[in-house]
Design a protein around this ligand. Structure first.
Ligand code: ZN
Ligand code: ZN
Length: 139
C-alpha cells in the first residue's frame, strides 16, 4: 500500500489521515515486525518532526479502537502492534525477540469442551526459538 492507499484505508475506517497517522500506519504495514512503541519511535524519529512516544502511543490507541490495528500482549507489559487484523497466531522468539505470524483458524482446533460458548477474542501465542536462531545456535 502506498501513502494514498493508506490514507483512503484510514478514512474508510473513520480515522482522519493526518500525516503522522499515515506514516505510522505505513510503517506497520510495510515492516510487519509487530513493533513496540519504542521500536517505532527509534525508526521514525528522523522522519517525523516533533514525534514523541506519547504521540505514537495515542495514534496506535486510535488505530486499535478503529479496528485497523491489533495490540498484542504476548509477554509481560510489552505491547506490540500489528496492522494485520485477520485471525492469525504469533510466535515469539526468545533469542531475537522477533514476533512471527502463522496462519491458524479456530476451526483448526478440536474443542468439544467449548461447545455452545461464544468466543469474542482469539489469541494464539507460541514462544520458543525461531528457525533462524536455532540454526545459529547449532552452528
Ligand atoms: Zn529468533
Ligand atoms: Zn501478526
Amino acid at each position: 500500500m502506498d501513502q494514498q492507499q493508506i490514507s483512503a484505508y484510514l478514512l474508510k475506517n473513520g480515522v482522519r489521515p493526518l500525516q503522522k497517522r499515515v506514516k505510522i500506519m505505513s510503517y506497520l504495514v510495510s515492516k510487519r515486525n509487530h513493533p513496540t512503541v519504542d521500536m517505532i519511535y527509534s525508526d521514525l524519529i528522523h522522519e517525523i518532526n516533533g514525534l514523541s512516544k506519547t504521540t505514537i502511543y495515542n495514534v496506535l490507541n486510535l488505530f486499535v479502537q478503529s479496528g485497523v490495528a491489533l495490540a498484542l500482549n504476548i509477554e509481560g507489559n510489552e505491547i506490540r502492534y500489528d496492522a494485520d487484523t485477520s485471525t492469525h497466531g504469533h510466535f515469539k522468539c526468545k533469542v531475537c525477540t522477533g514476533v512471527i505470524d502463522f496462519r491458524i483458524k479456530k476451526e483448526d482446533l478440536p474443542n468439544p469442551m467449548l461447545e455452545g460458548f461464544r468466543i469474542d477474542e482469539q489469541h494464539f501465542y507460541l514462544k520458543g526459538v525461531c528457525s533462524f536462531c536455532a540454526n545459529k545456535i547449532e552452528a
